[in-house]
Design a protein around this ligand. Structure first.
Ligand code: ADP
Ligand code: MG
Length: 290
């Protein structure tokens, strides 16, 4: 009867929006110790809005947002969408950019009116020894806002703070996992303070922040090395190696092609509760098998 059970579970899973690409790893979902979630777009909506613009030096706030928006036109990161939309909503004209480049996990750069402009992470600014108002930065971060820095010719022009929205379903999913004795872990490239703030809202047990894209898979390996069976849930290009390293790789929502090609299971909806549904279905399906 075994093949029949599996066939039935396949049609049930399809109806629930769970696409199973790797049966053996799906079977292992019933024995997970921990589920790792990417933050942006998975635990949160990934829809950033600009909340604060702080200028530095001779720049004013409009200029800071304008320069940031010019560069961000070329990026598909949720931070970029938030900055461009906000500049447009304020009616600011957005300049042309040449020589656009992304600095993986740290930000982007390009030329605007003959000047080199960067929009980058706190990590980039710190490792380049640039001075900024750290009191203001800390206050914004502790409010759960993602702060990026705008540099012109490697000099600080200002910072832009953005807020994302935490998914209610993320909170529900983490609570349901806890009830099953499964640990929830966050893995993000964002700042530690922002990560801690979101983790607190959602009820996450463990947080790994400021993790560069290339180090996400290593972090998953370390969790495995601690003797735990772990699933990784994410949507981005950056998440693909981590999805491949995990015992179970789960691509969520309208994720990138790379994430979907790498995952063992694809969740069609962007709903973290479907991670719980998938674990339940694995238990139901394989309990019936010898
Ligand atoms: P996440 O794990 O949240 O998806 P990423 O690895 O994509 O994070 O990015 C990590 C950090 O790099 C961001 O929090 C931001 O500080 C910086 N960053 C990445 N892309 C951009 C961008 N287009 N504009 C500004 N900053 C960026
Ligand atoms: Mg991401």
């Amino acid at each position: 009867a075994a093949p029949l059970v599996v066939a039935v579970s396949t049609s049930i899973s399809a109806k629930k929006g769970l696409l199973i690409r790797n049966r053996a790893d799906f079977e292992g979902a019933r024995n997970l110790d921990a589920v790792v979630f990417d933050k942006t777009g998975t635990l949160t909506l990934g829809e950033f809005g600009v909340t604060d613009v702080v200028s530095a030096g001779d720049y004013d706030e409009e200029e800071v947002l304008q320069l940031a928006a010019a560069i961000e036109q070329n990026s598909e990161h949720p931070i970029a969408t938030g900055i461009v939309n906000s500049a447009k909503a304020k009616g600011l004209s957005i300049g042309k950019v040449s020589g656009f480049e992304s600095i993986t996990g740290k930000g982007i750069q390009g030329m605007v009116d003959g000047r080199k402009v960067n929009v980058v992470s706190p990590g980039y600014v710190n490792s380049n020894g640039l001075d900024y108002n750290s009191e203001q930065f800390n206050r914004l971060s502790e409010e759960g806002k993602t702060v990026v820095f705008v540099l012109v010719e490697e000099q600080l022009a200002g910072m832009v703070a953005l807020a994302d929205i935490v998914r209610d379903t993320a909170k529900e999913a983490v609570a349901a996992l806890k009830e099953k004795g499964i640990h929830s872990i966050m893995l993000t490239g964002d700042n530690q303070k922002v990560a801690d703030w979101v983790a607190k809202q959602v009820g996450i047990d463990e947080v790994y922040a400021e993790v560069l894209p290339n180090d996400k898979a290593q972090q998953i390996q370390r969790i495995k090395d601690s003797g735990r069976r772990v699933a990784m849930t994410g949507d981005g290009v950056n998440d693909a190696p981590a999805l491949a390293t995990a015992d179970l790789g789960i691509a969520i929502g309208a994720g990138t092609d790379v994430a979907m090609e790498t995952a063992d299971v694809i969740l069609v909806r962007s709903n973290p509760n479907d991670v719980v549904a998938l674990i339940d279905l694995s238990k139901k399906t394989y309990r019936k098998l010898v």
